[in-house]
Design a protein around this ligand. Structure first.
Ligand SMILES: Nc1ncnc2c1ncn2[C@@H]1O[C@H](COP(=O)(O)OP(=O)(O)OP(=O)(O)O)[C@@H](O)[C@H]1O
Ligand SMILES: [Mg+2]
Length: 386
C-alpha cells in the first residue's frame, strides 16, 4: 500500500510491479500519478487516523510505503505491531514528519553538525530565538515541506513577517517554528543512501541540486565534492539512518561549506532530486533501489554508469486537463528523455514533468546540466481549451 501517489510514487510502483507486486495507491485526490499504474486506488485524507485504519483493515497490506510526510504517522507504530512492514520503519516515518524530532536526534543525540537552531512558540519567543542564532536566519514551520511557510530573516523588521508566513504555511495546527542560522554554503547535495535487512548500507554518487521557491529546479549527478567531505557526509548518513532503523532508500540532504559539511534533513524515501537517476546514471534508479531494499532483495552493488541531469517543468497557471507543448523540441535531441507526470490539475509552480539529459561518465556535468535547463524551457503546460 503506497501512501501518497505522486510522481515519485509512480516510478516506485513501476519498479515494484516489475518484481511482481500488487499495489494499492492512496492519495487525497483521484487520478494522482501513481494511481495510473497501480492495481487499486483509494482516495482518503491521510491525516485522518480513522480513515487510515479503515483502508488498512480493508486491504490488509503486507507492506506500507509512505511517499509523503503528511500522514497520521503515529498510527504506523500500531500497524508495525500487527506485523505490517512500514517502510523504512514507523520510527523513521514518524520522526521525519516533524523537523523537531529529526533535528534533535541529529544534533543532540548523534552529534551531527547542523546549523545552529532554536524553537519558538510565539512571536515573542521568535524574537529571542533570532537574537540567539543571529541574522540572517531561516524560519520554518515544524511541519511543512517544499519550502512552505519558510522565509529568511535579514533584519529586525522581517521577524513578524516570518512568524505570520510560517503560520500561513504550516501543516496541521502546531504553531511552533524552528529558527536556523543561515548556512553560507557553496553547494548542497543529496546523498542517496540504501539501508538493507542484511545490515549493509550502500551509497549512491552524490547528487547536486539548486533550490528556488521552495523546490528543486535542477539536479545533477555526480556533484562536485571533496573526498574528505564525502566521507563526512557518508558517516552522518550512516548514523542517522541507522538510528531511524529500517530498510529502504533515503535522501540525505547536506550543505557543503568552507568549514565542513552540515546535515540539513532527510527523506526516508526516494528524493525528488534523485529523479536524475531516471537518466540511467546508475545501474539501478533510486526507485529500483528502494524496491529491492523494501522487498529484502539483494543489491550487490550500485555503479555510476553515466553523468546526468534533470530539470523541472512547472505549470504557471491554474487549470485542469493540462496540454503539453514543445515536447518535440526536447526529444529531437539525442541523450535526452522526458517524464510528464499526467497530473490532472495544474497550479502555479506545480511540478508537471522533468527533462532528463545524460552523457558518458567522463562528460562535462555542467554542459549536461545546462542542456537540461535549456530544454525544459521549451515545454509549456497549459489547460485544455474548453
Ligand atoms: N539553515 C539554512 N541555511 C541556508 N539555506 C537553507 C537553510 N535551511 C534551508 N535552506 C535552503 O532551503 C531549502 C529547503 O529547506 P528544507 O529542505 O529544510 O525545507 P523543506 O521544506 O523540507 O524542503 P523539501 O521538502 O523540498 O526538501 C534547502 O535545500 C536550502 O536551499
Ligand atoms: Mg529539503
Amino acid at each position: 500500500m503506497l501512501l501518497g501517489s505522486g510522481e515519485l510514487g509512480k516510478e516506485f510502483v513501476i519498479a515494484v510491479q516489475r518484481l511482481g507486486q500488487y499495489v494499492i495507491a492512496v492519495d487525497s485526490y483521484n487520478d494522482a500519478p501513481a494511481q495510473h499504474v497501480a492495481n487499486e486506488r483509494e482516495v482518503i485524507n491521510m491525516l485522518d487516523g480513522a480513515e487510515l485504519d479503515r483502508i488498512v483493515a480493508k486491504h490488509k497490506p503486507d507492506i506500507i510505503v509512505p511517499e509523503i510526510e503528511a500522514i497520521r504517522t503515529e498510527r504506523f507504530y500500531g500497524y508495525e505491531q500487527q506485523g505490517i512492514r512500514i517502510v523504512p520503519s514507523a520510527k523513521a516515518a514518524n520522526f521525519t514528519m516533524n523537523r523537531k524530532a529529526i533535528r534533535d536526534l541529529a544534533a543532540k543525540e548523534l552529534g551531527l553538525r547542523t546549523a545552529e537552531y532554536r524553537y519558538a512558540n510565539s512571536l515573542k519567543e521568535l524574537q529571542l530565538a533570532v537574537a540567539a542564532v543571529g541574522m540572517p536566519c531561516v524560519v520554518k514551520p515544524l511541519m511543512s515541506s517544499s519550502g512552505k511557510g519558510q522565509s529568511v530573516i535579514r533584519e529586525e523588521a522581517d521577524i513578524e513577517k516570518a512568524w505570520q508566513y510560517a503560520q500561513s504555511g504550516k501543516r496541521g495546527d502546531q504553531s511552533e517554528v524552528i529558527v536556523e542560522a543561515f548556512v553560507k554554503f557553496n553547494s548542497e547535495i543529496t546523498l542517496l543512501t540504501v539501508t538493507q535487512d542484511s545490515g549493509m548500507t550502500l551509497f549512491c554518487t552524490p547528487i547536486g541540486h539548486r533550490q528556488e521557491n521552495g523546490d528543486y529546479q535542477e539536479s545533477w549527478q555526480p556533484a562536485a565534492i571533496s573526498p574528505l567531505h564525502l566521507e563526512e557526509a557518508k558517516e552522518m548518513a550512516r548514523k542517522v539512518t541507522s538510528a531511524l532503523t529500517g530498510a529502504g532508500l533515503w535522501g540525505v540532504e547536506f550543505f557543503l561549506a568552507d568549514e565542513g559539511v552540515y546535515f540539513s534533513e532527510l527523506s526516508p524515501r526516494p528524493h525528488d532530486t534523485g529523479m536524475v537517476t531516471l537518466a540511467g546514471t546508475q545501474n539501478l534508479s533510486e526507485f529500483e533501489l528502494h524496491a529491492r531494499a523494501v522487498l529484502g532483495l539483494p543489491i550487490p552493488e550500485i555503479t555510476h554508469e553515466r553523468n546526468g541531469a534533470s530539470a523541472v517543468i512547472l505549470a504557471d497557471e491554474e487549470g485542469v486537463n493540462p496540454v503539453y507543448t514543445g515536447v518535440e523540441q526536447v526529444l529531437v535531441h539525442p541523450k535526452t528523455d522526458i517524464r510528464l507526470f499526467g497530473k490532472p490539475l495544474m497550479r502555479p509552480y506545480r511540478r508537471m514533468g522533468i527533462v532528463l539529459t545524460y552523457d558518458k561518465p567522463d562528460a562535462d556535468i555542467d554542459v549536461i546540466k545546462q542542456r537540461a535547463v535549456e530544454l525544459a524551457k521549451y515545454v509549456k503546460v497549459k489547460p485544455a481549451k474548453a
